[in-house]
Design a protein around this ligand. Structure first.
Ligand SMILES: C[S@@+](CC[C@H](N)C(=O)[O-])C[C@H]1O[C@@H](n2cnc3c(N)ncnc32)[C@H](O)[C@@H]1O
Length: 321
């Protein structure tokens, strides 16, 4: 019988195989999904597992939905490959352990677990944050089942958008996938900003950049017309926002956008993610990159809309004028 550690190492090898797509990729993600779901006997009908948590910087999805994220083949592969690349780059610059803050682990610590099987605990150390108590408990169980306790610097059930990084923790990498398409609803922006205020520019953020464009297209038509880039959310953007804001009341830039003739055109948010270096998720690569309809109050032809990102219980791009 193959041990769960051996199975994990086998799937990890296939997930890290340096090709965008290959025959063993989907079987590896499916195999890992089955392994983790079997270990935890997750009951899809359980109300507790389906319940989301509302926070001041966004919605934390319930344990079942967080667990299911693993199934998105390209999302999971590219985030793990990108983090692997970032660890390699850091290890080329300094001695381990590379300190990684992983914010929003879900019940499986999906993006960290394969890397724990690949590296030694003297090379990587994780600080694991999860706001949902059920997900947090299952994540700790997962770590214990695989015997990966040595890889954990700290594990805390806390809100990553307000958590204070301890003075003795110098983070090399911050990793978080707490987002939805169009930077809608989930707290990615608030979480990343919290860590940007507490780390220096040498800390690698994964994802490195999230770009959201406002585009228009007629229904049933594939090709889109670019109207404006609403945000290029990267370290430089966060640094300038931090400089301009007081008391962490983030004031996002305001965009005035002339509207096209809207009779046949609908507006959408288009999300592209640079996870790290060449690891990207482009339009339609995952659910994070699906076009999101952007509803506006009745437009009059030839007018403009004024759009701003806002962090609140449901973060979103809003029409503010
Ligand atoms: C989209 S799931 C991703 C799960 C896993 N990291 C993955 O990539 O498959 C996001 C997870 O982040 C957690 N989360 C959301 N907001 C959070 C916050 N403010 N602080 C800590 N965890 C949070 C959710 O509870 C959920 O488990």
């Amino acid at each position: 019988m193959t041990s769960i550690q051996e199975k994990l190492s086998h799937y990890t090898k296939d997930i890290l195989f340096p090709l965008g797509f290959h025959a063993k990729l989907a079987p590896a993600i499916t195999g890992l999904t089955d392994l983790l779901f079997t270990l935890h006997a997750i009951a899809p009908e359980s109300e507790d597992l389906r319940t989301h948590l509302s926070t001041k910087s966004g919605n934390a999805i319930g344990p079942l939905w967080a667990a299911l994220c693993i199934k998105e083949v390209f999302r999971t592969q590219r985030f793990i490959q990108a983090t692997h690349q970032a660890i390699q780059d850091k290890l080329a610059q300094k001695e381990g352990p590379i300190q990684i803050i992983y914010a929003g682990t879900g019940p499986f610590a999906t993006l960290a677990l394969p890397l724990m099987s690949y590296y030694t605990s003297t090379e990587v150390q994780f600080t694991l944050l999860e706001i949902n108590q059920i997900s947090f408990d299952k994540m700790e169980q997962t770590i214990n089942l695989f015997g990966f306790e040595d890889y954990v610097n700290t594990a805390i059930c806390a809100d990553a958008s307000t958590w204070h990084v301890p003075a003795d923790l110098s983070a090399d990498i911050v990793l978080s996938e707490t987002m939805y398409n169009g930077l809608y609803k989930e707290p990615q922006v608030g979480v990343m900003l919290n860590f940007a205020t507490q780390t220096d520019n040498s800390c690698i953020f994964i994802p490195e950049e999230i770009k959201v464009d406002l585009v228009s297209k007629p229904l049933q038509v594939e090709r889109v017309n670019h109207l404006d880039t609403l945000i290029t959310f990267n370290r430089a953007f966060m640094n300038s926002l931090i400089q301009q804001s007081t008391h962490r009341l983030w004031e996002f830039p305001i965009h005035r956008i002339p509207l096209p003739a809207l009779a046949q055109e609908k507006l959408y948010l288009a999300t592209e993610i640079t996870i790290y270096r060449d690891f990207t998720l482009k339009i339609n690569d995952s659910s994070l990159n699906l076009l999101r309809r952007f509803h506006i109050p009745l437009p009059t032809e030839g007018s403009e809309i004024v759009v701003q990102y806002q962090i609140k219980e449901i973060p979103a791009f809003e029409v503010v004028g």
